[in-house]
Design a protein around this ligand. Structure first.
Ligand SMILES: [Fe+2]
Length: 302
């Protein structure tokens, strides 16, 4: 017969142990770094080592340089306060611990003020490869290094300001596609070939290989309006990756006034992720083989 203790031990642990943490008005919480268990630190170290190994030769140069400059992982789960002190000296950005996703207006306000909200919990052993909710590995390992790059740091702040405007103008869906196809799943062209800069790819070893090496997905030159017209998949590899020429291009294209573009987006086509459009700069015409017969969940926000 099970004792009360063994019954309790059999209860599933909450996925995110910060879920009910005391939250400030800006949705930040205390990371409470001392509370990470030895298992959690070890899990971070294993994720860090195996993912970084796959990213050698695959991640963009700016990312790999920044991982070293920032001393991203000294040992165990990073202490966001200490990491922020190092990051702030380089580009003025800090990392703000949060429980998980925060409301859009709060998210944009943080970005517009050079604070990056980062989930404090770490994924379970069962989800080492991918999870839909942003945990500390995705947010710190995936997003934070490039915030040490001055151009990229400016781009993300501009995105935050653009988000505040898009909310007012009812254009969030279009802007979210820009974030998805660049900040999360963007590729960049380097002299030696295509490289990864999107955090959603960086934090998944399988997608790091898929996005660059698999013949299935389309790879298309970045075009702001095309990106803003394209739906995306939230629960599988992407069917299309957009490739920027440089971070200079990203900053130049994405800090212009989006007003006229939003006007145009009021009419005209919306593209599905597996669709090619007239005028696309096709770098690789995907076979889509991987996706045949798979059911995917399309864009979360409609
Ligand atoms: Fe993310």
């Amino acid at each position: 017969m099970a004792t009360q203790n063994s019954a309790r031990a059999a209860e599933p642990k909450p996925k995110n142990r910060y879920k009910n943490a005391r939250r400030n008005a800006d949705w930040t919480i205390d990371q409470d770094w001392q509370s990470y268990s030895a298992d959690e630190h070890d899990r971070w170290d294993r994720l860090f080592a195996r993912t970084l190994k796959v990213l050698q030769g695959r991640a963009c140069r700016e990312y790999l340089d920044a991982v070293k400059t920032l001393r991203l992982s000294e040992s165990g789960v990073p202490n966001m306060e200490r990491l922020s002190d190092r990051l702030e000296k380089i580009t003025g950005w800090r990392i703000a611990p949060v429980t998980d996703l925060v409301p859009d207006d709060i998210f944009f306000d943080h970005l517009a003020n050079r604070r990056f909200p980062a989930g404090a919990f770490i994924r379970s052993e069962k989800e080492m490869e991918y999870l839909e909710e942003p945990d500390i590995f995705h947010d710190i390992f995936g997003h934070v290094p490039l915030l040490a790059n001055p151009l990229y740091a400016d781009f993300i702040q501009a995105y935050g300001k653009g988000g505040q405007r898009a909310l007012k103008l009812g254009r969030l869906k279009n802007l979210a596609r820009l974030y998805w196809y660049t900040v999360e799943f963007g590729l960049v062209r380097e002299a030696s070939g295509l490289k990864i800069f999107g955090a959603g790819i960086m934090s998944s070893t399988a997608e790091s290989v898929f996005s660059l090496d698999d013949p299935s997905p389309h790879r298309i030159g970045f075009d702001l309006e095309r990106v803003m017209r394209t739906n995306y998949i939230i629960d599988d590899f992407q069917k299309v990756y957009f490739v920027i020429d440089s971070f200079e291009q990203l900053v130049r294209d994405c800090t212009e006034d989006f007003g006229p573009l939003y006007e145009r987006l009021g009419s005209g086509p919306t593209y599905e992720p597996d669709e090619l459009a007239a005028g696309d700069r096709v770098i690789h015409h995907g076979t889509l083989d991987y996706f045949r017969g798979r059911q995917t969940k399309a864009t979360a926000n409609g």
